[in-house]
Structures are given as C-alpha cells and as structure tokens.
Design a protein around this ligand. Structure first.
Ligand SMILES: [Zn+2]
Length: 258
C-alpha cells in the first residue's frame, strides 16, 4: 500500500497502524543509520520493536559515539563514548537488532562529506538492505520551542547522498568493487524519522512499552529515575484520539523508489 499523505500530526484523527502501510510480504533487510547512540530508540523505537519482532534483519550504523552527551566537565569524553556504546548495544538487544556498528565520528562534528559518503556506500553495499532509515535532513525546527541537533540533519544528508546516486552507481568509488567486491545496489525504500513534513504517521501504541524499555537502557542520558522518566515521556508523547484513548505515534517521510 502506498503511504498516504497525512500532513501534520495534529490533523490526524484516525492514525493508521504500521501494518496497514508496509506492504512487505517477505522478510526485509533494514539498515538504520543515525548520528548518536539513543537516536534510533527516541526517533522510532516502537517501529524498530515491531520490525525486530517480525524477524526483519535490522542493523544499526551509528555515526558518532555521543561523547558530548553530558553537561559535566569532569566527564571524560572517551569514557562517555564507551558507556554510550554499551548502552546502545543493550537498547538494540531489547529490540532484537541484528548488529550495531559505530563509525566513531566525534559527536557534534558530523559533516556529510565524500569520506563519509564512501563509508556509508561501503556499509550499504555490504549489507544490501532493501530499506535504509535515517533522520530528515530538512528538519531544522522540530517544535516551536527547540531546534534540531545539526548532527541529525547532517546524518540524514549523508545517508540521502550515499543512497542516491552513489550506492547504485559503479562510477562512485570503483575501488569498492575492484578491491572489496562490493557491487552497486539500489535500495527500494528510504525512511526518514523526525521529518519536517511527514507523509506517514502511524499508531505504534502496541510497541510503545518496548520503545520505553529500550530508551531506559540509555542510563547516562536520563536525569531522573526510570519511573519518572517513563511518565514524562508518556505525558509528552501521548495523543488523545477521538475515542478519548491515549495513542502513541511515530512519524516518517517515506520514499518508495519507483
Ligand atoms: Zn541525537
């Protein structure tokens, strides 16, 4: 089924569930490429929980180690990087993610240049996913009271440029073919989380508890106890539908290549 244009989340009265939209008859290979440890879970943890539970082969590639994720000057960035890698692995395990790898860029310094493009083309060709997922490069202002992290935009731009045209074109990085035997591939779908303008908004309430469980693995990023944090997220993210029930949504810009 083709994703419907549903516009702003506030206009959604009857959000559809994800299974109405995927239209996938067989198991898929899905590669999630995002900037920081904890981005997958915060941005789309419920969708990932669903895909993991269904047996899709979901892998993470995290560009940085999140070593600036602290306000404490006494915190050594290299120690925090190790902590955050472990937390990311734990969170991925709860969602049945097949593998997690880090490209070890510095947090806050993601630049979508040709070096990164080649690394992403290498990993895309290596795993040959049908679906690649990242964050929307166009989202500068995710809410009226905050701005997006530049790494989230840069990661999305890098992924977009790696998917098209580089991954599918043998003229890009020919040494990947001659020396590493990584042949060009064309992905079928691109999904961008935290979109500036969603074209797919789905009710992921069934998987929301798993999303919370995965988020709670990122202990270094939580500034309150688990129960309070869970309550805060539920209050922040719940949408009341027409039946006066709380539902939880995840939003995407989905591109299905024709
Ligand atoms: Zn982030």
């Amino acid at each position: 089924m083709v994703a419907a244009d549903v516009g702003n989340v506030n206009d959604v009265k009857f959000p559809p569930v994800l299974e109405d939209f995927e239209g996938w008859k067989e198991k898929k290979k899905i590669l999630v490429i995002l900037a920081h440890p904890d981005d997958p879970e915060f941005f789309m943890g419920a969708t990932l929980a669903r895909w993991g539970a269904l047996g899709h082969e979901v892998r993470y590639c995290i560009l940085t180690t999140g070593q600036k994720g602290s306000q404490d000057l006494k915190q050594k960035p290299e120690d925090l990087a190790e902590i955050r890698k472990r937390e990311q692995q734990n969170a991925a395990d709860t969602l049945l993610i097949k593998s997690v790898e880090f490209l070890d860029y510095v947090d806050g310094e993601v630049v979508p240049d040709m070096k990164m493009c080649k690394q992403l083309v290498r990993i895309i060709r290596k795993y040959s996913p049908q679906i690649v997922v990242s964050s929307d490069p166009l989202n500068y202002f995710p809410a009226t009271n905050r701005v997006n992290h530049p790494d989230h935009r840069a990661a999305g731009q890098a992924v977009l440029d790696a998917v098209f045209p580089a991954a599918g074109n043998p003229m890009f990085f020919p040494d990947l073919i001659s020396e590493e035997k990584l042949m060009p591939i064309n992905v079928a779908e691109l999904w961008f989380s935290i979109p500036a303008e969603a074209n797919l908004v789905v009710d992921v309430s069934r998987y929301f508890d798993q999303k919370i469980k995965a988020i709670l693995c990122h202990k270094s990023q939580l500034n309150m106890d688990d129960a309070k944090f869970e309550e805060m997220l539920k209050t922040r993210w719940a949408i009341i539908n027409e039946q006066k029930q709380s539902v939880f949504l995840e939003r995407f810009r989905r591109i299905v290549f024709g």
